[in-house]
Design a protein around this ligand. Structure first.
Ligand code: HEC
Ligand code: HEC
Length: 450
């Protein structure tokens, strides 16, 4: 409470939840920075569509959806069950556990998904965009179970379920300007969150910041520099040719790649349809720990096994990329053990540190899956007394939401003065005339009806 000359008293009121920053509390008046993160100047590839640029509000909503188990039929599986932050948003299990069985392919890392010329997603590129991808796990009978078939509830039932949760009505309004929950909006928010997941604090980035890829990096060991050259150079020049399909500095997949000779299927048989790879950044964690097995079938457990695979492509198939066919048939690089070790050492320089723990991508729910949101913090109001018998009330609230300014002379009867919308940064500002005598003011937030 703040008292001014002329006895103007302004205080904030909150019709929703008041809480201190703690586990399971999300303060919508102090959003994390997703929209304006710094990225290195050498990163140029970007698959963000013009109609779904990242906003702090949208990525925050996406974060909540991503970690919310209520997006599954049984309230037991969230996106983050199979895409775990501490594993670069992948899973150490070869097949991940959904609401009704296990997945047919290995879960993919979601690091730097945005920074790619390839705009299609999934190992077999069946999703035409990230937006198109993000609602598919929800509608998958095995993964989250809102398939509308096989006795499952339909996507419309999930919309009804989310509509009954007041926090979602608030966050959809904050992001999209109205309470309506639709599949498109869910896709957009989840995509904004995933595109925000970036990792550029690797040893490779520290070297790349001051030298081009072809030059030795001064922060690299001789082994790492030798491995970098093997990665970059094509086989006729004594290299391993990796950059042809996983080009630096993004290390995202070449959109024209066909399959790489990994043709297994977790359920048995063969699968020649896989032509996409996540970025080769963060293959292993910063301490070298495994983020899970490699390839769509999880058939290669270690970097050494990956390198052996490319050293000698095991078998031909009709969809094998021509770049993996050598002069006399299948690629045989004849790498020495030292060269293989060098290449593995280079791949390990591509791992960042911050992305594994940064709170902005972490689970906002507490241990019992509860989440409270702060919409209008009690202490966020400032009153500035002006010279001309006016005072300016400033408040930091949740962006884009509407708040009612009310006044009272006796703290009993309150009159609406006007409705004010916070701007995109959450600021509400109003100048009022001050007068002799006592007048009280407050802001009110009212939860939208479903
Ligand atoms: C039961 C485990 C499971 C759940 C739950 C799950 N995923 Fe996945 N995710 C996978 C698997 C497995 C793949 C690879 C599937 C394929 O390619 O056929 C994948 C692939 C992806 C990809 C493609 C990445 C790329 O680089 O192509 C994205 C994006 C993704 N998931 C996001 C999500 C989102 C968003 C949710 C929640 C709405 C979610 N996932 C829920 C297991 C899961
Ligand atoms: C012709 C294109 C091509 C070339 C050349 C190539 N790759 Fe790949 N790479 C792919 C494709 C396609 C996949 C996805 C394969 C799958 O899972 O079916 C892949 C997957 C991978 C993966 C697994 C990623 C994950 O998330 O599981 C690693 C690691 C990898 N490649 C490293 C390399 C290295 C190291 C080289 C050089 C020795 C190399 N690649 C050369 C196309 C290529």
């Amino acid at each position: 409470m703040q008292i001014l000359p002329y006895a103007v008293v302004v205080f904030m009121s909150l019709s929703h939840q008041l809480a201190q920053a703690q586990d399971g509390v999300l303060d919508l008046s102090a959003l994390q920075n997703y929209a304006n993160q710094t990225k290195p100047t050498y990163i140029t590839r970007d698959n963000t569509p013009p109609n779904n640029r990242i906003t702090n509000a949208g990525a925050t909503l996406g974060r909540v959806l991503f970690h919310d188990r209520r997006l599954s039929r049984t309230d037991s599986v969230s996106c983050s069950s199979c895409h775990r932050q501490e594993r670069a948003f992948s899973d150490t299990a070869t097949a991940s556990v959904g609401v009704n069985g296990t997945t047919g392919r290995h879960s993919m890392r979601l690091i730097n998904s945005r920074f790619s010329a390839e705009a299609k997603f999934f190992w077999d590129e069946r999703a035409t965009s990230l937006e198109n991808q993000t609602s598919q796990p929800i509608q998958d009978h095995k993964e989250m179970g809102f398939s509308g078939t096989s006795g499952d509830p339909a996507f419309a039932d999930l919309v009804t379920k989310l509509n009954a949760i007041p926090e979602y009505r608030v966050m959809f309004t904050m992001t999209f300007g109205s309470t309506a929950i639709t599949e498109t909006r869910i896709q957009q928010a989840l995509s904004q969150f995933i595109r925000s997941i970036q990792s550029f604090d690797s040893k490779y980035d520290a070297g790349r910041a001051v030298a081009d890829d072809g030059q030795p990096f001064t922060n690299f060991t001789a082994q790492e520099n030798a491995g970098k050259l093997l990665f970059l150079n094509p086989p006729p020049q004594g290299g391993a040719g990796c950059a042809a399909c996983h080009a630096p500095p993004e290390f995202a997949i070449d959109p024209n790649s066909r399959n790489n000779g990994a043709t297994g299927n977790i359920a048995g048989g063969t699968d020649l349809t896989n032509t996409r790879s996540p970025s080769l950044r963060d293959l292993v964690g910063p301490g070298g720990q495994s983020n899970g097995a490699f390839m769509h079938d999880g058939s290669l457990a270690t970097l050494a096994q990956v390198i052996n695979h490319y050293n000698q492509i095991p078998a031909n198939n009709t969809n094998l990329d021509n770049r993996l066919r050598g002069p006399g048939g299948l690629q045989n690089l004849n790498l020495s053990q030292t060269q293989k070790d060098n290449l593995a050492a280079f791949l390990r320089t591509l791992s960042g540190v911050n992305v594994y723990t940064d709170e902005k991508w972490a689970n906002p729910f507490n241990a019992t899956h509860q989440l409270q949101v702060i919409i209008l913090p009690a202490d966020a109001v400032t009153v500035v007394k002006n010279t001309n018998n006016t005072a300016t009330i400033l408040c930091q609230a949740a962006p884009n939401l509407s708040y009612q300014l009310q006044s009272s002379s006796d703290l009993i009867t309150w009159d609406d003065i006007l409705t004010l919308a916070a701007d995109a940064t959450g600021k509400i500002e109003r100048t009022i005339a001050t007068s002799e005598g006592q007048q009280f003011y407050r802001f009110i937030y009212t939860l939208p009806e479903s």
